[in-house]
Each structure stands twice: as structure tokens, then as C-alpha cells.
Design a binder for this molecule. Structure first.
Ligand SMILES: *Cc1c(COP(=O)(O)O)cnc(C)c1O
Length: 395
């Protein structure tokens, strides 16, 4: 073992700590929920989980997962194509396809894997990928693993996207890749414009709807539903680790020939374990619940609208939007982290985001709303923001 690397890394950790950028994990001693217990013993209200529908600890989902485990076992000890495909995996793929209005779906251990394994099997060096600059890290990594030519357009800048498409006209195939809801700003991709340009310049469209599936759109199907683009997106990737129960797992869904090629060639699918039965059963239950009622979808949407308005009224600057992600802009890195810590002491669990998760000088506290929040939770959070915001002279 080289001693130099240990010494160097220790130095880097000290530097990060001095800059206030060292990430410290906070320990939770309870299930994921709107009210959680942290390791100090304090009970706090949670405003930073991706638990949009409040299903992470829902009794019906837990029961379904337990029953599936009783019937189908704990694990598969295999990848899908050797001896790891159970009837329930096929069932989940069918139900996800129906939920997303697509032809077929392929499951992955995570959406990170779905994105990591989507480009390389479909596109060779003679093709082109055109990507929004704010796309999720897993899309960026997936693009890196593919030999296609890369184009990047400024966030949601349709003129630049058009320029990229023009430059990529000589490529064999073109694909536009975008997040559906952008995780740090909470804004929605301009899908109608993207689809129009894709049609005009003969490109495929890939949307990562991880922060949208389950609650965006009238019945929570995702960003395509918000714009009436059912069946118009060639490829959708998404996670089961956010709104859809929050355990883990992900998928790619879309045109059946594209999905078939992924089954043949996608490396995170071919060389990684099958999704555990408990997760398959839990996710199936979540989809059943969402198809049966829009109560949870409506609740998180209303909670987000209420919170946004109260925070604006209090004088804070937020990134405009209408998702359950509300970025409260503080710009200064230390201020964002300090404010989040002080708000936690008021019993509201929020996290400050600084470089490199967001650009330098764009630090913020990202608040995430959930259907598990009640009005009194929201009011308590707003009060804490106002109290600390005044103390730190933000408002
Ligand atoms: C969370 C997220 C992922 C990763 O999902 P996992 O299933 O946790 O790997 C991928 N893309 C986007 C846009 C995300 O927000």
C-alpha cells in the first residue's frame, strides 16, 4: 500500500472540511417518513427525501413485499438471462409498460444502471448523443461509456439543441437525452419542443423521469403525461427508488425493438443480479395503488403549491416551477450549509447543496415535498425558514 495516497487523501479531506464542503452522513434511527428520528434522539420533520408519494414506509407496500418474499424467496442469485427471471419480473415489466404507455420495459438494479447501460448497446461511433448540460450524473456516465459523438446544449436551450441536431445530421442515428424533472432546479424539460425538433431532425428522444414517475402529470405517469405525449417518447428511464416506494431498482421503457436490443446487449442487465422479489412485489403494489386513485399524486402536488407560495410570500428567492422540488436559493456555499444546520436544530430536516452538486455560487437548500406531509408539517417548516432566514439576514 502506497503511504502517499493515504497522506494525500487526508490532506484533501482537511481541505474540504475547511471549505465547509465535507459531506457528513446524518444517521436516521427510524424508517423513512415525514417524521423521522435522528441519531441525536431528536424527532424531526423530513423535507429532503425523494419520498414524493409517502410510500417508502406504507403498510400496504410493506405487506406486498413481505408476501412476495414468502412466495418467491429472498433472492435470485443469478442474472436475468441465466436463471434469474421469475414470472413476477415479467409481470412488473408489463405493468410498468402499461403505466408509462410504452411497448416494453427492461428492469435494472437501479436507474443509474439503466442509464449506464442504455447508450452503448444502441449507438456506435457513427451515431450522436445530444444531452442537456444539467442531466443526471448517470446519464453523463452512460454517455461516456458509448463511442457515439457527443453534443451538449445549455440547459433547456432549444436553439442550442437545434444547432446540435443540425451539426449531427451526418450521424447514422441521433438521440436527444434529457432529465424529465431536473433534480437540482426542480424544473421540467421542454418535452413538446424537444419532440418537435426530434421529429424535424430525425432523432430519438430519451427522458429520465426518475424525479417525475409517480406524481407528475394528471395521473402521475410522468412528464410525458404533463404534456400529453403518451407513446411519443422513444425511451424512458426511471427509478423505483423515489416516488414508487423508494426501495431501489429502475428500468428502461420504450419501443420494443430498442428494449430487445438492451436485453441482448446492455451490460448492467447482462452482468448484474436480478431485482429481488420483495422489491418487485412492492413496486407492483405501488403501481396498483396509483392506477386505482390519484389521491397521493394530488396531495403532493397541493402540498408543493402551498409550500412554494408561503416561501415566496416570506421573501425567499426560489427557482420557479411546479414540481415537488423547491430550491431555495442562497448562492453562498457556507450560508446554505449553515442555514440547513440551523433549520435542522428547529426540527426541520433539510440539506444545503453546494458545489460540485450544483454550480459554484448557486448554493441552495433543496426542499422536497411529499404526500406524507400534513398542513401542520408544512407550516412548521415555513416558520423555521422564516425564523432562521431572518437570523441570517437572508430575508
Ligand atoms: C435518482 C436518479 C437516478 C438514479 O436512480 P437510482 O435508481 O437511485 O440509481 C437517475 N437519474 C435521475 C434523474 C435521478 O434523479
Amino acid at each position: 500500500m502506497s503511504k502517499q495516497i493515504i497522506k494525500d487523501f487526508k490532506g484533501q479531506f482537511t481541505e474540504l472540511q475547511e471549505q465547509g464542503l465535507f459531506k457528513q452522513e446524518r444517521i436516521i434511527n427510524s424508517p423513512q417518513s415525514s417524521e423521522i428520528k435522528v441519531s441525536t434522539g431528536a424527532e424531526v420533520l423530513n423535507f429532503c427525501a425523494n419520498n414524493y408519494l409517502g410510500l417508502s414506509n406504507h403498510p400496504a407496500v410493506i405487506k406486498a413485499a413481505q408476501e412476495t418474499m414468502d412466495n418467491w424467496g429472498y433472492g435470485l442469485s443469478s442474472v436475468r438471462f441465466i436463471c434469474g427471471t421469475q414470472q413476477i419480473h415479467k409481470e412488473l415489466e408489463k405493468e410498468v409498460s402499461a403505466f408509462l404507455h410504452t411497448e416494453d420495459t427492461i428492469l435494472y438494479a437501479a436507474c443509474f444502471d439503466a442509464n449506464g447501460g442504455i447508450f452503448e448497446p444502441l449507438l456506435g461511433a457513427e451515431s450522436a448523443i445530444i444531452s442537456d448540460e444539467l442531466n443526471h450524473a448517470s446519464i453523463i456516465d452512460g454517455v461516456r461509456l458509448c463511442k457515439a459523438e457527443r453534443f451538449r446544449y445549455r440547459h433547456s436551450d432549444m436553439e442550442e439543441l437545434k444547432d446540435c441536431l443540425i451539426k449531427a445530421q451526418s450521424a447514422k442515428y441521433r438521440i436527444i437525452a434529457t432529465d424529465g424533472v431536473f433534480s437540482m432546479d426542480g424544473d421540467i424539460a421542454k418535452l413538446p419542443d424537444i419532440c418537435k425538433l426530434a421529429k424535424q431532425y430525425d432523432a430519438l428522444v430519451m427522458v429520465d423521469d426518475s424525479h417525475a414517475t409517480g406524481y407528475i402529470g394528471k395521473t402521475g405517469r410522468g412528464t410525458f403525461e404533463q404534456f400529453g405525449l403518451e407513446g411519443k417518447i422513444d425511451l424512458i428511464t426511471t427509478t423505483f427508488g423515489k416516488a414508487l416506494g423508494g426501495a431501489m431498482g429502475g428500468c428502461t421503457s420504450g419501443r420494443k425493438e430498442l428494449i430487445e436490443m438492451l436485453r441482448q446487449r446492455s451490460r448492467p442487465y447482462l452482468f448484474s443480479n436480478s431485482l429481488a422479489p420483495a422489491i418487485v412485489g412492492g413496486t407492483l403494489k405501488v403501481l396498483e395503488m396509483l392506477v386505482g386513485s390519484t389521491e397521493l399524486q394530488d396531495k403532493v402536488t397541493n402540498n408543493a403549491a402551498y409550500f412554494r407560495q408561503k416561501i415566496i410570500d416570506a421573501g425567499f428567492t426560489i427557482v420557479p416551477g411546479d414540481t415537488a422540488i423547491v430550491p431555495i436559493m442562497l448562492y453562498d456555499e457556507r450560508l446554505a450549509l449553515k442555514m440547513a444546520d440551523m433549520i435542522l436544530k428547529e426540527g426541520i430536516y433539510v440539506i444545503g447543496f453546494a458545489y460540485p452538486v450544483v454550480p459554484k455560487g448557486k448554493a441552495r437548500i433543496r426542499v422536497q415535498l411529499s404526500a406524507a406531509h400534513e398542513k401542520h408539517h408544512l407550516d412548521k417548516a415555513v416558520s423555521a425558514f422564516i425564523k432562521i432566514g431572518k437570523k441570517l439576514e437572508v430575508i
